[in-house]
Design a protein around this ligand. Sequence first.
Ligand code: PLP
Length: 336
Amino acid sequence: MIDLRSDTVTRPGSEMREAARDAEVGDDVYGEDPTVNELEHRAAEVVGKEAAMYVPTGTMGNQAAVRTHTERGQEVLLEYESHVYKWEVGGLAQLSSVQPRTVDGGERGVITPEAIEDGYVAEDVHRPGTGLLCLENTHNSKGGSAIAPEKIDAAAETARELGFPTHVDGARLMNATVSLDVPPERLVREVDSVMFCLSKGLGAPVGSMLAGPEEFVERARRHRKLLGGGMRQAGIIAAPGLRALSNRERLAEDHENARRLAAGLDGIDGISARDPETNIVLIDTEMPATDFLESAAEVDVLGVPFDDHLVRLCTHLDVSRKDVEAAIDRLETALA
Ligand SMILES: *Cc1c(COP(=O)(O)O)cnc(C)c1O
């Protein structure tokens, strides 16, 4: 089986399993798990923020960030296909009682200063006021586009001038840094908080990080507890997460594999592949996406439908160059 559904399907190897087995642990709700503390310290360093907090999922990291940054009723500006808006079960409304105002970020999901100024709502007796800007990097629904630091800076500076903070959903931030060849701290220098996943391309079995100023992270800890994310001997899962932090450089291989996959598939009748910027390949299919995926599954290749005629394929740690070549051959045969 060549599983290209997501970069979350990776299985931890023996190093991660040994790290989990041997982890020093304590009660993390009391702040006494040395492995979690080390992971939080290292993660904060990696993204150049004062502090970081370990969360079980990226969704919880994003939602805790929104809750911490905003007050009830405020508006949150974000892209209409962003994960925080589209794929988190309406958490904005359910968990923070905030109102989304969506922006069209175009083909690559970039929110411009003009769009922020247009979408901004000043608080007065009638209007709730804008409380937060959320950006996404890489942008999942737009095919893993890696947004350049200048674009992030410009958006965050506009938000700051208008008086509200910026959060980056960086589930795949490390893919962006590798693709753009800039260090992670540079990519999030001007933003207030960032979430990134250990459980995607970095290959950890579970976990994400929410980073920002010390004072912000301290308040976010209460919201993590509220959301049910106050974990006890979490060092067992944080230890593989620490290992995952050193898988950043090898993401370049996933990107190379994605380019090869797109180039190979684009030549096949009935498929047109978009040029990938990172590890996500979007392909437009002549037949309905669900039919295409059924044929693909018959030859042991898996992907996910993204729209009626759009399929997402993801490369990751458990997909080799040989697998990519095999996937191209098998799909070509299946569609012949
Ligand atoms: C996967 C993902 C998340 C959420 O991560 P989970 O750990 O699955 O909750 C958030 N944002 C983006 C862009 C993602 O791709």
